[in-house]
Write a protein that binds this ligand. Sequence first.
Ligand code: ATP
Ligand code: LTN
Length: 334
Amino acid sequence: MSETKRQRILSGIQPTGTFTLGNYIGAVRNWAALQDQFDCLYMVADLHALTVRQVPAELRAHTREAASMLLAAGIDPSRSILFVQSHVPAHTQLNWILCCNSQFGELSRMTQFKDKSAKHPDNVNGGLFTYPALMAADILIYNADLVPVGQDQSQHLELARNIAQRFNSAYSETFVLPNGYITKEGAKIMSLQDPLHKMSKSDTNVNAYILMTDTPDVILRKFKRAVTDSEGIVRADPAEKPGVTNLMSIYSVFTGKDFEEIQREFEGRGYGEFKEAVAETVISALAPIQGEYNRILADKAYVDGILAQGAAAASRLADRMVAKVYKKVGLLQI
Ligand code: ATP
Ligand code: LTN
């Protein structure tokens, strides 16, 4: 029987704070499930986090917490490679080459760049601008076929494909063109306070997000405060009722019920009861992950051991690609 090669997956998440329910639903939840079918590499994107000013001690802590949360959410280090981006220097080596193959115009069109520039007008740095070239390096360095991310990253993925294509036609076939893996449900969980914007871990309003580490009473309180509308009917309408629709998406992800079933379930019942039900499902979905997280986080040596192993395994693959690319672009090898 001829064995077909398994497709490869790479994804990353920034250690810019504790993960939100949006990170979990849109990305991390899928990562564990994909391990059965694919060869997976998962990365804590600490270099990307530096595009926004970080407190050094906090960044270090968040990086270990991020790795612990990924393990708690089911990333299995015996099957997948889990590592920290800065531990694999080859990413930054390829980043430079890809920066030289990215255009000012295309980088200027990235909505994340525009959003983050507006949010941090005092720190519109070069890294923020070339962010997608580093992300392309993360992906292309492993010849990843699929990249599981939330909706907000699809523009960056498209750019990674364009860079790969351009490089391949200039220097001969080198990179696999990656595809996004974006699930329909929960690809964009919205802020609980401003449902026209995505839930983001760096939001300054703590009521806007549910953190993966929030206690049951905090979760309940945040859902109770979630912005809805004055109609009082639980039904999906993203344009007119973005708040209620967002809560329905969250409820749907954890119960497996579709919007019609949810609407029927809450017919004649108010938002109060609906919000409590959403909170309950989230509390019970997060409870086992929180237990694992606390256990893993307490064992620093275990987490660091996994990360060291992951960095070594990732470097073996990444170094080979950088050597190939350096040769192709004409850097002298002696
Ligand atoms: P920051 O607030 O620092 O920009 P973030 O919360 O947007 O962080 P990232 O580290 O940028 O998180 O994203 C990690 C993964 O989570 C990405 O795949 C991203 O698409 C996904 N993601 C982030 N926010 C959401 C959301 N609200 N809904 C669905 N997926 C999301
Ligand atoms: N930009 C991503 C994080 C990230 C990433 C990657 C995702 C960095 N490198 C490579 C997928 C593949 C974000 O979520 N903001």
